[in-house]
Design a protein around this ligand. Structure first.
Ligand code: ZN
Length: 294
């Protein structure tokens, strides 16, 4: 009975919390998107994991709504300076480096919204689809239930990247990792270089192979981040100052490596806005939370 009462109050409590958070005068909201599809001319992608794709119209309506609520969209390099500063700020981020992220550019230009795109160069240079899209596509074709696909994904996520990629090739064949559509294709080297030159676009580090960093030893984690820096520098002409941990996975050792490599800000997937009382910085610069669209 008591449990039911608490459950019935929860939606209104969540709504109240959200509404208070929206009005809080010192805050930064970091938004996290992955893949996009243009819902004015195509259906949700069926050739890639649908859980990581959002329609372009949703991105547009979220940006428009936040602007209407008085949020100022900042450039990525302003992240640390606005924390603890009076005002409502938002930062737009994208993870992984899907080619369909280029679809966002007209909207970003129209609404004057800068964004940071965290990419994995090995996927870009080798035009390899991400493992979760391959698993989804291959298991759907074998009529595996979405429950079992979810379970398989959770199991594979526990593997270090080199073991995971070897297992993917062994189970599904090397050809299965070839992208089949705009839904699962990483940007090409030329697309990334052109994209990076746009004044609204900043490129960030998402490791070389989308590596879950706490699964690696210190040397392996450092190599993933360093190789990614070198590859992005070769493709885009600069070394990123920001990092997004794949899967949001970070521990003390990884956070320390990110600091020692000179990253100014590192992002997790902990879902909360950054609220402060205007006195001290409310958040560790190596553990910045991000909100994913509902
Ligand atoms: Zn990712």
């Amino acid at each position: 009975m008591k449990h039911k009462l608490i459950q019935s109050l929860r939606p209104s409590f969540e709504g109240l919390k959200q509404s208070l958070a929206n009005r809080w005068p010192w805050q930064l909201r970091v938004l996290l998107y992955h893949g996009l599809y243009d819902d004015t001319c195509s259906c949700p992608p069926s050739t890639a994991d649908p859980s990581v794709f959002q329609p372009l119209s949703k991105l547009r309506s979220e940006l428009t709504a936040l602007k209407a609520q008085g949020y100022t969209f900042i450039r990525p390099e302003e992240t640390l300076s606005v924390m603890g500063k009076r005002g409502k700020y938002a930062l737009l981020t994208f993870d992984d480096g899907y080619a369909n992220n280029l679809l966002a550019l007209p909207t970003l230009r129209e609404l004057h919204v800068p964004a940071v795109f965290f990419v994995c160069p090995w996927h870009i240079e080798n035009q390899k689809a991400f493992w979760w899209d391959v698993v989804f596509r291959e298991l759907i074709a074998r009529q595996v239930s979405s429950h079992d696909i979810g379970r398989r994904r959770r199991e594979m996520k526990k593997l270090p990247w080199h073991i995971l990629l070897a297992e993917l090739d062994r189970e599904f064949g090397i050809e299965a990792s070839m992208p089949v559509s705009l839904a699962d294709r990483p940007m090409t080297v030329n697309e990334l270089a052109t994209f990076a030159a746009d004044p609204l676009v900043t490129i960030g580090n998402h490791t070389q192979h989308h590596a879950i960093l706490p699964l690696l030893d210190e040397e392996g984690a450092q190599r993933e981040l360093q190789t990614c820096q070198d590859s992005i520098a070769a493709m885009c002409g600069y070394r990123p100052s920001m990092l997004a941990y794949p899967n949001g996975s970070v521990n003390g050792a990884v956070a320390e490596i990110s600091r020692s490599l000179g990253f100014k800000a590192a992002f997790t997937t902990v879902a909360r806005p950054i609220l402060s009382f205007g006195v001290v910085s409310p958040c560790d610069s190596r553990l910045i939370p991000r909100l994913q669209p509902a």
